[in-house]
Design a protein. Structure first.
Length: 144
């Protein structure tokens, strides 16, 4: 049985409420995590406690514990004509855009929401932000 601080090997599928899988970790290439190391959301760690090898469980987490709520201020309009002409962006494309954080320039992914000849609407939110996530987890191994 899984206890706090155990190292756990597991396979899992993560799905959105519409049934779309956003991640699949197969038993052939499982994930190994140590509970208590903040590698998993706390509610997922809590749900794993007491499970045993071979056991499968569905775990649902709220947006706040997953990738956070969607933030409207992270959806922005860009009017850089040179960039629009060069990239010819289409809705759904993910662009790597420069922004400033703590006084340093960094590259951040942004999803194109809407594109016209003169402006882009981009979303800097994580694609899974605002979604409830359901993981179906199978325990493959437990180490103390």
């Amino acid at each position: 049985m899984i206890q706090p601080n155990d190292t756990v090997t597991l396979s899992f599928t993560g799905k959105l409420d519409n049934g779309e899988a956003f991640i699949i970790v197969s038993p052939d290439e499982p994930l190994t995590v140590t509970l208590g190391n903040l590698e998993l959301p706390p509610s997922v760690e809590q749900a794993l406690l007491g499970m045993d090898v071979g056991e499968t469980k569905k775990i649902r987490i709220a947006p706040d514990e997953g990738f956070g709520p969607r933030q409207k201020e992270l959806v922005q309009i860009i009017t850089n004509q040179e960039m629009i002409d060069k990239l010819k962006p289409q809705p759904g494309m993910i662009l790597s855009l420069k922004t400033e954080k703590d006084g340093q320039e960094i590259m951040v992914p942004a999803t194109v929401v809407r594109a016209t000849d003169s402006e882009l609407e981009v979303d800097y939110n994580h694609p899974l932000a605002g979604h409830h996530l359901t993981y179906t987890v199978t325990i493959i191994g437990i180490q103390r």
